[in-house]
Design a binder for this molecule. Structure first.
Ligand SMILES: C[S@@+](CC[C@H](N)C(=O)[O-])C[C@H]1O[C@@H](n2cnc3c(N)ncnc32)[C@H](O)[C@@H]1O
Length: 189
């Protein structure tokens, strides 16, 4: 992330945005007792999740951000690990729910699809995956100067979730962002 992006992710303006976005994304979803958050950054989204989730693990690729969030939340119901959501050091079928806020746009379509498959792998059967990402805009391009920006197209994200093995429950967009809710099918008897 460039400096502007780093600053934005811990700003009061972003806190207001996620205060609206997180309930929009979670609405009606039952994440269960053991939840994984992908890419928490400085943790504004984590702060909204931790009062409503019994046990939360957050995986963050930026070691500095992971360290500082981990020390801020030490002794709480949140464990923070440094790791890449496209190749997670986590066992299969471990979580009842996975959430991702504004982090699915990893640097290539192949890595994005790999990330979806990784989420499917770490979810229990019938586990829920919900998330959101920002729509393409000049502001998104500005805060990704120096980074590769490969935005997610909300019109195809449902098909991509299905290709990774999910049952898609909902995809919805507003003027700034889209959200989705999906489920890993229950194991066949
Ligand atoms: C735009 S920030 C969003 C932070 C937070 N989710 C929020 O909405 O406030 C994206 C975060 O995802 C992290 N990230 C990007 N690629 C990742 C990956 N492959 N695995 C884990 N975290 C990743 C970035 O380091 C950054 O902290």
């Amino acid at each position: 992330m460039n400096r502007l992006h780093h600053w934005l992710c811990r700003s009061a303006a972003w806190r207001e945005t996620v205060r609206e976005r997180v309930p929009w994304v979670l609405s009606g979803a039952d994440l269960g007792p053991n939840v994984l958050e992908l890419g928490p950054g400085p943790g504004l989204t984590t702060d909204l999740l931790r009062p409503i989730v019994p046990c939360l693990t957050a995986i963050e690729v930026d070691h500095g951000l992971a360290e500082s969030l981990g020390s801020r939340l030490r002794g709480s119901n949140v464990a923070v690990i440094t790791g890449d959501a496209t190749a997670m050091p986590l066992s299969d079928a471990r979580f009842s729910g996975v959430v991702s806020f504004t982090m699915l746009h990893v640097p290539s379509p192949e890595l994005q699809d790999q990330l979806l498959r990784e989420v499917w792998r770490v979810l229990k059967p019938a586990g829920v995956f919900v998330g959101s990402d920002s729509l393409q805009s000049w502001f998104m391009r500005l805060i990704h100067i120096g980074d590769t920006l490969v935005p997610i197209n909300p019109d195809t994200v449902g098909l991509r979730l299905e290709a990774a093995g999910f049952e898609v429950l909902e995809v919805e967009k507003n003027s700034h962002a889209f959200r989705f809710q999906a489920r890993k099918p229950s194991a066949r008897l």
